[in-house]
Write a protein that binds this ligand. Structure first.
Ligand SMILES: [Mn+2]
Length: 288
């Protein structure tokens, strides 16, 4: 495929996949089994990605099907600056290995890895690349699976607010002091920059619930029972207007996955909590 070679990092990626993983894979027996696993917003190729935590997750669980719900590799950032540590390569290695061992792997590229959308319909080493998918649950429900950026145009007015977080708030509070020192010198009245920031953070919360409502509404119009997406880095299971809304979260901040049990029951796994609980159990075992 000629198009593949146009992406500078894919040749490095292919080379890395032929080698053994840097972090040895834990043996497959004793893994927790699920019917389906959904993960997204891994952002491989960025410093923010918690690849080591994801490696631990992938070595601890197994499933019949795994959906990669977009923003798996951050092509935007990789194009600007190549950052590809061994752990990031190991994540791809494990996903490819899974496909080879017979797990159905469905990859739905997001907006950060949109360069893979040109391969929609193709099979890449056992990985099916799709624009969206319909998942049939064990208890007979139909779920629409997509990344979620397709609703950005509807959300555009609120979009930037999602990036206003605590760090920005702290910075704005500091700026507030400077701004008002200047204003005072210019004989201008006090004006609260931090108050405005707080208002924006509140808007970020309303952005999330608005996104969830838009996605659920759009899914409902397509006649499915529910929808699974990622994109906004906020894991959630919620019912909105008779539609089940599922978001599998991310591996930058939350480190979460969405899973379907063999009876169709859905659950969000918080992997940092799982690791903490496991360490606690090991400590008590050693102490005993
Ligand atoms: Mn996204």
């Amino acid at each position: 495929m000629d198009a593949v070679t146009r992406l500078p990092f894919l040749s490095d990626l292919e080379e890395g996949l032929t080698q053994e993983p840097h972090f040895p894979e834990r043996p497959g027996h004793g893994r927790r089994r699920y019917r389906t696993i959904w993960i997204s917003d891994i952002h491989l190729g960025t410093r923010g990605c918690n690849a080591r935590m994801l490696i631990d997750f992938l070595d601890s669980v197994d499933s019949d099907t795994i959906y990669l719900v977009g923003d798996i590799i951050d092509g935007w950032r990789l194009k600007k600056r190549f950052y590809w540590p061994a752990s990031h390569n190991d994540v791809v290695w494990r996903l490819m290995k899974r496909a080879k061992r017979g797990t159905r792997v469905v990859y739905i590229p997001g907006n950060h890895d949109e360069m893979f959308r040109q391969f929609t319909g193709l099979n890449f080493g056992g990985v099916e690349i799709r624009r969206k998918a319909i998942h049939d649950t064990a208890d007979g429900r139909k779920l629409l699976v997509l990344h979620g950026d397709e609703f950005d145009t509807i959300m555009l007015a609120h979009r930037w607010l999602a990036f206003v977080g605590d760090a920005a708030h702290t910075l704005l509070m500091r700026l507030n002091v400077i701004v008002n020192a200047v204003r005072q010198r210019m004989d201008l009245p006090y004006w609260s920059l931090s108050k405005m920031a707080k208002h924006k953070v509140k808007n970020a919360v309303s952005f999330i619930s608005r996104f969830e409502e838009v996605v659920a509404h759009q899914a409902g119009a397509r006649g499915v029972d529910g929808v699974v997406c990622g994109h906004i880095h906020n894991a959630e299971i919620r019912e909105i207007g008779g539609i089940q809304y599922y978001n599998d979260g991310d591996w930058v901040e939350g480190c979460t996955a969405l899973v379907e049990h063999f009876d169709g029951r859905m659950e969000i796994l918080h992997w940092a909590d799982e690791i903490a609980a496991r360490n606690m159990r090991e400590q008590t075992r050693i102490a005993a």
